[in-house]
Design a protein around this ligand. Structure first.
Ligand code: CP
Length: 320
């Protein structure tokens, strides 16, 4: 198995064979998670701390379940009740927790780059659970697994990523991952919600849904990230839905076998019609949630193996 990373900070740092290693191991955890007894000892004796400085349902719950199913001692730091509220910095908080000898630190933070900075200060493995607009690597990996299972491959697909691209770490991580796996990527959204320098990623850019969706195999809808907006990016939600919302009529422009994805949380009636989101013949949104647990189990298992190997090598070095 080929996975060399010390931390999981972004897709940017992963090679295609490392991505495949995560997905292949995650397949085994999908099977485990469907059994009555869902336990493994892959993280036995290890301590996992989850630090979420931003709200989360899916990522926080699935990292917690993943750690528990792998046999780790899992601690969720409650940021609202922590000394962060007394002015303690992210780095001081991380150094304090690091002194308690965790093995895995899972961090979500509103600032891009905060998780990378933190990883340079601690001596455990760090997993990025989403940092600002930068990256959300486990989301892209769970999306990749969902696509691979639904379409039977992860190459040569036309993937349309639609909506608020500018503020989305999900879009960025997916763009990088799907590009590394040689897919054709189209970004669709109003020019106000396209990041500058978008051309660097080698994707096609559309501001008309009907054009961009033509023949797409995968339609990935994104939420308007209002918490990261500081101005009028859209005229109104009603107009936005009319031009960029996905309903049955709009989906008809994509391939007849196209799957519909959304990382969640969804805003029904803003970027996606509720009936499409719930249509089990087209929507794989609940599969994405299921794959999230398996992918996070695989990522933590692989990082733990590397950590054990590194510590073993150090211990041997000390003896010699
Ligand atoms: N997709 C995602 O990151 O969802 P949460 O914010 O609920 O974790």
């Amino acid at each position: 198995m080929s996975f060399r990373a010390r931390h999981l900070l972004g897709i940017e740092h992963l090679a295609p064979d490392e991505i495949r290693a995560v997905l292949d191991l995650a397949e085994r955890y999908v099977d485990l998670n469907r059994r009555t007894v869902k336990s493994s000892d892959a993280l036995s004796g290890m301590t996992q701390i989850n630090m979420f400085f931003e709200n989360s349902t899916r990522t926080q719950a699935s990292f917690e379940l993943a750690g528990k199913r792998l046999g780790a001692d899992v601690m969720n730091m409650s940021v609202a009740q922590s000394s962060v509220k007394k002015g303690e910095t992210l780095i001081d908080t991380a150094l304090t927790l690091n002194a308690m000898h965790p093995d895995l630190l899972v961090v979500r933070h509103p600032n891009s780059g905060a998780v990378n900075l933190l990883a340079s200060k601690v001596n455990c493995a760090v997993l990025n659970a989403g940092d600002g607009r930068h990256e959300h690597p486990t989301q892209a990996l769970l999306d990749a697994l969902t696509i691979r299972r639904a379409k039977g491959r992860l190459q040569r697909l036309t993937v349309a990523i639609c909506g608020d691209i500018a503020h989305s770490r999900v879009a960025r991580s997916n763009l990088i991952l799907l590009g590394k796996m040689e897919n054709r990527i189209r970004l669709i959204g109003p020019p106000t919600l396209m990041p500058s320098g978008v051309g660097e990623f080698g994707c096609e850019v559309y501001d008309e849904m009907k054009e961009g969706l033509k023949g797409a195999d995968v339609v990935m809808m994104l939420r308007l990230q209002k918490e990261r907006m500081d101005g009028g990016f859209i005229p109104s939600e009603r107009e936005y839905y009319h031009r960029y919302g996905l309903d049955a009529e709009m989906l008809a422009y994509a391939s007849p076998e196209a799957i519909v994805m959304h990382p969640g949380p969804m805003n029904r009636g803003v970027e996606i019609d509720g009936e499409i989101a719930d249509d089990i013949n087209r929507s794989v949104i609940q599969d994405q949630v299921e794959m999230g647990v398996a992918v996070r189990m695989a990522c933590m298992d692989l990082l733990a193996r590397n950590l054990r190997a590194e510590r073993g090598a150090k211990a041997v070095g000390t003896l010699v």
